[in-house]
Design a protein around this ligand. Structure first.
Ligand SMILES: [Zn+2]
Length: 129
């Protein structure tokens, strides 16, 4: 038995696209399009501006996994990620909060809107430093 997943819709502010920049307009395509985010294949946070299969070489700011479109499975080594497999990267993210230790200085915690659904963000876990 599984509890039904409840979708929470947060009220989103519509961001105005600067009219001064025609490139931004053509990129956005339709006006009034709502800002959608897609889950990172590694950490599951919604950091991707487009679907993972379309986000070539996009680097997730939360786990620093570089999206590799050529992976056929999670056990295949990714050239984009120094031979790391997606499975290893996920493990690392769970343990240390980055896809690999080298990327730790670059990552940032997910914003509330990006946090993976069903996963609670850890709060109050402070370190004395
Ligand atoms: Zn990620």
């Amino acid at each position: 038995m599984r509890p039904a997943k409840r979708e929470v819709k947060a009220p989103e502010k519509r961001e105005e696209i600067s009219r001064a920049c025609p490139a931004a307009r053509s990129f956005s395509g339709r006006m009034g399009e709502e800002k959608k985010r897609y889950a990172c294949p590694c950490c599951g946070c919604r950091t991707f501006p487009v679907k993972a299969e379309e986000a070539a070489a996009f680097i997730c700011p939360v786990c620093f996994w570089e999206n590799d479109l050529f992976l056929s499975g999670e056990d295949e080594q990714s050239d984009e990620n120094h031979g790391l497999t997606l499975r290893e990267a996920r493990e690392n993210y769970r343990k240390i909060g980055a896809c690999c230790p080298e990327m730790l200085p670059h990552v940032r915690p997910p914003e509330p809107a990006e946090a993976a659904p069903g996963e609670k963000t850890e709060t109050g876990k402070g370190k004395n430093g």
